[in-house]
Design a protein around this ligand. Structure first.
Ligand SMILES: C[S@@+](CC[C@H](N)C(=O)[O-])C[C@H]1O[C@@H](n2cnc3c(N)ncnc32)[C@H](O)[C@@H]1O
Length: 266
């Protein structure tokens, strides 16, 4: 399959998955979003009321609403009609403004048509790894942003949360004390073909992920004229109670499943 085929298949899958995603995320997101993704994005963004923000690949609008709630004028785009239909059904925040638009984040011309130098910030929350080609979005963002603007994204961590890491749980007798050991096993990093992944527990269908090494991901941003000036690696706190151990990311407080970055035009 070429990039366009992957993108079309992705659109079809996201349309079919929209109901599941919308119910799981609701108005304010799941634990992963609330504890890791959202705080890191908001911190890097450092939003001021009245700023114009493009939320690229907005899903059911969980981040878009949060940004509007902080007083931003948000344009939220996604290529899934069904995801947007559901986003529009959710209550609008009582601050800022929020417009949803059907737009493919790989369509550079359509992105550019939003208007040069129109935005103070572009946000992309947990979607770059779902997009087969990220260069068009980075190039378009460089033109859409005002000179002091920033592109803030959160994505699956390239080193620890890509190409399906294996979660290991072992028990070790350490000087007479039995301990639980949680570790990750990784098989690939540099060689990252598109991989099918199950997504969140319970997702109705697997979809393709386009994981990228740090150099490939950030390289595409650098080529578009951005420099990196902020980075966070949020991980869960080491406070999982004994009955909560379910071999999820909460069992790995040493490993950040998310990479959040702030890019500025160089
Ligand atoms: C993992 S969800 C994240 C949704 C939202 N940003 C959030 O943080 O909750 C990925 C979203 O990206 C959208 N998406 C994937 N590829 C896209 C593309 N090429 N153009 C626009 N949206 C895309 C999907 O439809 C889906 O809503």
């Amino acid at each position: 399959m070429n990039s366009q085929d992957y993108n079309e298949e992705g659109r079809d899958l996201w349309n079919r998955k929209a109901e599941y995603w919308d119910e799981k995320f609701g108005d304010s997101g799941n634990l992963f979003h609330r504890q890791l993704v959202e705080p890191s994005l908001l911190k890097l963004l450092d939003l001021s009321a009245g700023e114009a923000v493009l939320d690229a690949c907005c899903g059911n609008g969980v981040m878009s609403r949060r940004l509007a709630q902080q007083g931003a004028r948000v344009t939220a785009i996604d290529f899934s009609e069904e995801m947007l239909r559901r986003a529009r059904l959710r209550p609008l925040p009582d601050a800022g403004t929020l417009d949803y638009m059907l737009l493919d984040a790989t369509d550079e011309a359509a992105l550019l048509a939003l208007g040069a130098r129109r935005f103070d910030a572009v946000v992309c929350s947990m979607a770059l790894m779902d997009i087969p080609e990220v260069a068009p979005l980075f190039r378009a963002a460089a033109a859409l942003l005002r000179p002091a603007g920033r592109f803030v994204f959160a994505t699956m961590h390239p080193a620890f949360n890509s190409n399906n890491p294996v979660f290991l749980h072992k028990k070790e007798d350490h000087d007479g004390e039995v301990r639980d050991i949680y570790a990750l096993s990784l098989r690939y990093y540099l060689d990252m073909p598109p991989v099918l992944g199950a997504g969140m527990p319970g997702e109705p269908s697997a979809h393709y992920y386009f994981h990228r090494s740090f150099s490939e991901l950030l390289g595409a941003a650098f080529t578009a004229g951005f420099v990196l000036d902020g980075m966070l690696e949020p991980a869960f706190a080491a406070d999982v109670s004994a009955e909560d151990h379910s071999l999820s990311w909460r069992d790995f407080p040493q490993f950040p499943p998310v990479l959040s970055c702030r890019l500025r035009l160089g």
